[in-house]
Design a protein around this ligand. Structure first.
Ligand code: PRX
Length: 663
């Protein structure tokens, strides 16, 4: 480090507020500070601004129908098709421009570019093929696929024929796939034989087949051959209900499929996410509201313009990839990038290499990745020309100011605004963040709510807390991108998101408050710092995992009597899975049992839920009424002071667990 660098680091470390760079503001999609006031005064009609970014086959007659809260409807009676909005309408002007730039993990392989015309062609062919296989409007098609271009093709093909998709993250286990297919009653699966991870082909079809064994309904499966001859060693033969993707598309060469007219409120997709019970929740998103929201936030926050080459490093298996790799960017007619692999293959500069090669204009990634980049060192980005970047974004978990500043300086060269975007699977798109062409940035704080959103931080009674005090995040008014319900479960929808702060017997929308189950605080300027989940959901590397799901996997392992799972602090992942386990009579703690527990978790959920630590203990700390004191276990995991343990039925156990956790 030179003296100049040291000086700069010291200045950055002190600085708490950063103005948006003037050069950025000059060209920003949104730069008028009046927008906040305008949207507030003109609510809910302000959201016509979002709907106007789309092409409608027939106009909606009402922006918001709030007559039956919390079952809100947006852009009522409007008709549109998401695939037409992401493809057809761009053909005249941008047909020959890249829609998707796909980078495979192996460096010696050809990358693929899909122009809008090419993407349109393949989506049409695959849509025709799906129809031919019997897929009808409103049938749920499950997509269990990694980051290969056929995933967005399949999503858009489903959207074209009005069949909602349910994408299951490729890293999830066979069990997780089966649970989701059964829950959605899905009879169609699109998957692949494999993909590349850190240089090696990885067998995916085996997992898919294993999952299919537990699917109750008859299914048809389409398999993309991603690996070619590199997959031969896996020895897969397609089964009688399995069809090769390339064969199907070839059989429908040149086919065109008229985009199906969908009502604004018709389901575009389902996305399963973890909650506080062992059963994942099927979050339902709609065609009009969701797509408007994805498009508007992509334009206002990510500042996407058609001529950009925009790069989001998330996986499409999560909501971030749905909204900000596929739907938002393609609705705006830009070039969206997809990268198949990990950021450290073949070396730790892979993302910087990609940005340099493609002159990427935005990077949207997660704090967990930024913390890893920081640990690897600035010499990796320094090897590349990153001057094409204009904006940086982060999502998924709180970002600590040090990581924010590292990102701002070493990736953005202090000339790119950083948007720290708070949102959830359920919100469909961004909710709390700075508009980059308008607002100052404060590292560590996501920022104010977006215009048109009404967010309060409240106490347990629902009263607003004072600035600086910790409370609960609530959204007081509906917004177009919101989930409409949990699939086939309106009751759980109300219970999970509304019951806490609403008068559930009221028909007055003012009595209904959305509770995202996050803690937060607000400062004097209305900037919100999100503190993390207040339910039994933990956030590992920006991925949401229900502790109950993990616990039920662990107690299913032979020899385990009881298990408690908590999130403990982790330098890179933000949080990691810590488990406390008691054994059944006749079983002793052992390395073998530890290995079986890890395997049990991987089988039930996937490697992302793998425990960081497994502590065997003769008992779990419990209250007198028998509830496991998870907070105490969290403090043990974090090596924190424990405070009062006298309310426990078995206070003596705490010291023993602490001792074991340190061993
Ligand atoms: O706790 C919040 C955290 O991630 C949760 C949502 O997770 P998921 O539905 O998987 O969606 C992740 C991608 C949108 C939230 O309830 N979270 C997300 N973004 C942030 C965040 N916490 C702090 N700051 C953020 N920017």
């Amino acid at each position: 480090m030179t003296d100049g660098d040291a000086e700069l680091e010291a200045r950055l470390a002190e600085q708490e507020v950063f103005e948006p760079p003037a050069e950025f503001v000059e060209q920003a999609n949104v730069s008028d500070p009046e927008i906040y006031e305008e949207f507030e005064e003109n609510w809910p009609e302000c959201w016509e601004n979002a709907a106007d970014l789309l092409d409608w086959e027939s106009d909606y007659d009402q922006v918001l129908d709030d007559s039956n809260p919390p079952f809100y409807e947006w852009f009522t009676n409007g008709d549109l098709n998401a695939s037409a909005n992401c493809l057809d309408r761009h053909l005249a002007e941008r047909g020959d421009e890249a829609a998707i730039e796909w980078v495979g993990e192996p460096v010696d392989e050809e990358n693929r570019t899909y122009t809008y015309a090419e993407l349109h062609r393949e989506v049409n062919e695959f849509a025709a093929a799906l129809r031919d296989q019997g897929v009808e409007e409103d049938d749920v098609v499950t997509l269990y696929m990694p980051m290969i271009p056929e995933l967005p093709v399949a999503m858009l093909a489903c959207a074209r024929i009005g069949a909602p998709h349910s994408v299951v993250f490729a890293g999830f286990s066979a069990d997780a796939l089966a649970t989701r297919m059964n829950s959605a009653d899905s009879e169609y699966l699109v998957t692949t034989n494999g993909y590349y991870r850190r240089g090696s082909p990885l067998d995916h079809l085996e997992k898919a087949n294993e999952g299919l064994d537990d699917v109750e309904q008859e299914t048809t499966t389409v398999v993309v051959d991603r690996l070619g001859p590199n997959g031969d060693d896996f020895g897969h033969e397609l089964g009688p209900d399995q069809i090769d993707y390339d064969d199907l598309v070839a059989a429908h060469e040149g086919a065109t499929v008229e985009p199906v007219t969908r009502d604004a409120e018709d389901m575009l997709f389902l996305m399963y996410t973890s909650g506080t019970t062992g059963k994942p929740k099927g979050v339902k998103h709609t065609t009009g509201g969701y797509l408007s929201w994805a498009a508007w936030t992509s334009q206002a926050v990510l500042d996407i313009k058609p001529e950009d080459t925009y790069f989001c490093s998330a996986d499409i298996g999560w909501i971030t990839g749905h909204s900000y790799i596929v739907y938002g960017p393609l609705a705006l007619g830009t070039t969206t990038m997809m990268y198949e692999g990990t950021p450290d293959h073949p070396d730790r500069d892979r993302l910087w290499q990609i940005i340099d090669d493609y002159d990427a204009t935005q990077l949207y990634t997660a704090p967990t990745a930024i913390r890893a980049f920081m640990k690897w060192g600035s010499e990796y980005p320094e090897q590349h020309d990153l001057s094409s970047l204009r904006l940086l974004g982060t999502v998924g978990e709180p970002i600590n100011p040090r990581a924010w500043k590292w990102y701002y300086k070493h990736i953005g060269d202090e000339s790119c605004p950083v948007v720290d975007t708070w949102w959830q699977t359920e919100t469909g798109g961004m909710m709390i963040t700075t508009l980059p062409g308008v607002k100052d940035m404060k590292p560590g704080s996501a920022g104010p709510p977006l215009p048109g959103l009404d967010v309060d931080i409240v106490d347990t009674e629902g009263e607003e807390v004072s600035p600086g005090e910790a409370g609960y995040l609530t959204v007081q008014k509906p917004w177009p991108g919101m989930l409409r319900t949990l699939y086939n479960n309106d009751e759980r929808y109300i219970e999970e998101y509304w019951a806490e702060y609403s008068d559930v017997d009221s028909d007055d929308p003012d009595d209904w408050v959305y509770f995202p189950e996050d803690g937060a605080k607000i400062d004097e300027d209305g900037y919100i710092t999100v503190l993390g989940r207040v339910d039994d959901v933990i956030n590992v590397s920006g991925h949401r995992l229900g502790t109950m799901e993990i616990e039920s996997a662990i107690v299913g392992v032979e020899g385990v009597a009881e298990a408690a799972v908590v999130g403990g602090d982790h330098d890179i992942k933000g949080e990691a899975v810590y488990t406390y386990v008691t054994t059944e009579d006749g079983y002793e703690p052992s390395d073998d049992l530890r290995a079986r527990i890890t395997e049990g978790v991987e089988d039930a959920i996937g490697p992302i839920a793998r425990p960081e630590e497994i502590v065997f203990t003769p008992d779990l700390p419990k209250t007198r009424s028998g509830k496991i004191m998870r907070r105490l276990l969290e403090n043990i995991a974090d090596g924190k002071e424990l405070g009062n343990t006298s309310t426990l039925r078995n206070p003596e156990i705490v010291e023993e667990i602490q001792q074991k956790a340190q061993d």
